[in-house]
Structure formats: structure tokens, C-alpha cells
Design a protein around this ligand. Structure first.
Ligand SMILES: Nc1nc2c(ncn2[C@@H]2O[C@H](COP(=O)(O)OP(=O)(O)OP(=O)(O)O)[C@@H](O)[C@H]2O)c(=O)[nH]1
Ligand SMILES: [Mg+2]
Length: 253
């Protein structure tokens, strides 16, 4: 039936999306060298040891930031955590423990779900050894490199110890109708998606270019399955300046 869900949570720019792409073997989630790239929830499947679980990437969280976009990112991460069986908390091992990590640790300790720390950017023995400090938070720690793909299997093995799989007797039949919502920036594509689904699936704000990734949602209506895809607003060529937006324009095609 439904595969278990695992949520990726972390501070901005620590490599949440790089790890998501590595685990799902995709390039679904946009990666960039600046904080605040991911905003909405990005879903993908992970296959490991002949079993499948669902993974959700979330935007880097800053719990006490009440500016409109960060506050909404935090809310979206909360939706992912609510539905997840287990959490992968990504930290930047090169940076070491930050005040934001302390804050996130308190938040994650209170949710009562298994949390696994992925100590990312461990590409030297020195950083790997220093990553041991994250054990102080009381969760399991796997030093790894999402970019280089090292020790990813160790993290997956740890997750498999806690995930509960239902019988995967039914295989998905692909009678799904795929619908993409496209249009210029700020015309109301995400509002339309949220209205159809009856939930706050994507962040809506008056700021043009709020949606960056392509947002997939599976749903059923009167027995018919749909895959609804909200896309980043497509601008005229040459007018888009932000790197992140450029990337999402490409992915929206
Ligand atoms: N050295 C190194 N760099 C990494 C690794 N993983 C990610 N990065 C880099 O870190 C930066 C941020 O990566 P993202 O995956 O976009 O980070 P994120 O946590 O999703 O960031 P936001 O969505 O903006 O919150 C990019 O420049 C990546 O190339 C890693 O394992 N090693
Ligand atoms: Mg990201």
C-alpha cells in the first residue's frame, strides 16, 4: 500500500537537497550555493534492499524567522514531519554545531519520531572525526558526503531498522493522468493547486517567483488518479537573473 515516508530536515545550505537527489537518484530538487533555495516539499522514491520508501525534501529551516518565506518554509517542513515515520536531520559537519543546530535539536527532540543525523560534507578524515560532536544531541550520527555519495548505505541501513513497510502486493498501474499547471509568474498557479487539493501544498506569496521546483502531487478523484504538477512561472528569456530561477525554468520544460 502506501510506502513509509521519511523527511529530510536541516538548516539552509547544509546539503538537504543534494542528499535528497543522491538518495532518490534524481535531480528533482534544485541545489544551489546559497541558502533558501528549496521552499516547497519535494517528494521522491528511494529503493533499497528491494523495498521502496518515500522521501520528502524540505527547505532549510530557521524556526524563529518570521519573514514570510522562511516562516512558510518552516510550516511546510512541519507538514512533512507530521506525516513522516522518521526524520533525516542534515547538518554541515565542516561548520560544526551552530546555534541554529541547537535550536533545531530541541524542536526535533519534541516530535517523538526517530531522528538520524546525516553529518554532511565529510570529505576528510579530520571533518569525519569532528562530526562526532553531533552525538551530543542524542541521535544516531552518520558522517557522509551527499555530493560524493559516501556512506549513504550506512544511513539507509539505519533507517531500515525503524521503517515499517506494508506488504507491497499491489503494484502501481499507470492509469494516471498527468496535468501540469503552467503560466507566467504570479498569476496564481500555486493558489489554484492548493484550491484543487484543499490543502496548503505549496507556498503562496505576493512575491513573483515564489515557487522554484516543480511540485508533484498524486491524488484521486472519482476513482481516477491524477498527477498534478505545479511549475515555476516561466519568464521571457533573458529577463531572469537569479540562478535558482533559471534552473527551475529549465526543469519546468
Ligand atoms: N563539499 C560538499 N558540498 C556539498 C555537499 N552537499 C551539498 N553541498 C553543497 O552545499 C551547497 C548547498 O546544497 P543544497 O543541497 O542546495 O543545500 P540545501 O540544504 O538544500 O539548501 P536550501 O534548500 O537552500 O536550504 C551547494 O553548493 C552544494 O553543492 C557535500 O556533500 N559536500
Ligand atoms: Mg534545498
Amino acid at each position: 500500500m502506501n510506502p513509509p515516508l521519511v523527511a529530510i530536515i536541516g538548516s539552509p545550505n547544509v546539503g538537504n537537497s543534494t542528499l535528497f537527489n543522491r538518495l532518490t537518484g534524481s535531480r528533482k530538487s534544485i541545489v544551489g550555493d546559497e541558502p533558501g533555495i528549496t521552499r516547497d516539499r519535494i517528494y521522491g522514491d528511494v529503493e533499497w534492499k528491494s523495498k521502496t520508501f518515500e522521501l520528502v525534501d524540505t527547505g532549510g529551516i530557521v524556526p524563529d524567522d518570521d519573514a514570510v518565506i522562511p516562516a512558510n518554509i518552516f510550516k511546510q517542513a512541519g507538514f512533512a514531519i507530521d506525516k513522516a515515520q522518521a526524520i533525516v536531520w542534515v547538518v554541515d559537519a565542516r561548520a560544526g554545531i551552530t546555534p541554529l543546530d541547537e535550536e533545531i535539536s530541541v524542536f526535533l527532540r519534541n516530535i517523538g519520531k526517530p531522528v538520524f543525523i546525516a553529518a554532511n560534507k565529510c570529505e576528510s578524515r579530520k571533518v569525519e572525526e569532528e562530526a562526532a560532536e553531533f552525538y551530543g544531541f542524542g541521535f544516531d550520527v552518520t558522517p557522509l558526503s551527499a555530493e560524493h555519495g559516501t556512506s549513504i548505505g550506512d544511513l539507509l541501513d539505519d533507517l531500515f531498522d525503524v521503517l515499517e513497510f506494508e506488504d507491497e502486493a499491489e503494484t502501481e498501474v499507470s492509469d494516471e493522468i498527468k496535468l501540469a499547471i503552467i503560466g507566467r509568474p504570479n498569476v496564481g498557479k500555486s493558489s489554484l493547486l492548493n484550491k484543487i487539493l484543499g490543502e496548503e501544498r505549496t507556498i503562496v506569496s505576493p512575491i513573483a517567483g515564489t515557487t522554484r521546483d516543480a511540485i508533484d502531487t498524486h491524488f484521486a478523484l472519482d476513482g481516477q488518479k491524477f498527477l498534478l504538477i505545479d511549475t515555476a512561472g516561466i519568464r521571457r528569456k533573458g529577463k531572469t537573473t537569479e540562478m535558482a530561477e533559471k534552473l527551475s525554468v529549465i526543469m519546468a520544460k
